[in-house]
Design a protein around this ligand. Structure first.
Ligand SMILES: [Zn+2]
Length: 226
């Protein structure tokens, strides 16, 4: 079975790619260069896709800096730093990119239908602290309706399924799953800060480091500050 896998180069989507492989899928990765602050993640996406031996890897480019609206697409908005997990869980953070997963899933759906894939894998996770609205189960259900009703494949035959293997997992459980699947963590990239070395203090670094620490494991990535 062919599957499109949305691959950012981060920890979650890398685990999802390895899960799709373990599910027996021929994997077609898709990544997005949207002029994000942390474009460094694309280098990781390319490396992970190669390591996983995908059938193809598409990198789609567009510019969400044109209207900004997020700390990840507007340098005038400061990135939150050194926040506790408690603080992160309070509100939808400024690193939320307006409608990002709807954009990504739309590209993923178009790619899937074009190549006759039956699944689109997405590494959303409702339990981590980000609280992004487009990572929640009711949103995924609604998008599944779009996938079914908005495609020839969905109307005429077997529709394309959105698969979200991580949606109910904690970060620590995602890392345990990745360890079982053999995900090369050193190739992944989570930092939002935009440098060539992971900062260790943005929300994304903190969540990742906290999860490795909770498991008593060492994150093989090099950090500026730990
Ligand atoms: Zn960081």
């Amino acid at each position: 079975m062919k599957a499109v896998v949305l691959l950012s180069g981060g920890l979650d989507s890398s685990v999802v790619l390895y899960q799709a492989k373990a599910d027996g899928c021929q994997c077609y990765a898709i990544s997005f260069d949207y002029q994000q602050r942390h474009r460094r993640e694309l280098k990781s996406a390319i490396a992970i896709a190669q390591r996983a031996g995908v059938n193809d890897h598409q990198v789609v480019s567009f510019d969400l800096r044109q209207w900004g609206g997020s700390a990840l697409t507007d340098d005038r908005i400061d990135l939150p730093r050194e926040r506790s997990l408690e603080q992160m869980s309070q509100t939808i953070p400024i690193t939320y990119v307006p409608a990002r997963n709807t954009i990504f899933l739309s590209f993923g759906l178009a790619y899937a239908e074009a190549i006759g894939a039956q699944r689109v894998y997405l590494g959303v996770n409702a339990l981590d602290y980000s609280g992004y609205p487009d990572c929640r189960p009711d949103y995924i259900q609604a998008m599944q309706e779009v996938f079914t009703l908005g495609t020839k494949q969905g109307r005429e035959g077997q529709g394309i399924q959105i698969v979200t293997p991580l949606i109910q997992l904690k970060k620590t459980e995602i890392i345990e799953l990745g360890n079982r699947l053999g995900v090369p963590w050193e190739e992944t990239w989570s930092c939002y800060a935009g440098g060539d070395v992971a900062c260790g203090v943005c929300d994304s670094c903190r969540l990742r480091l906290a999860a490795f620490a909770e498991l008593g494991l060492r994150d093989p990535l090099h950090y500026e500050v730990v």
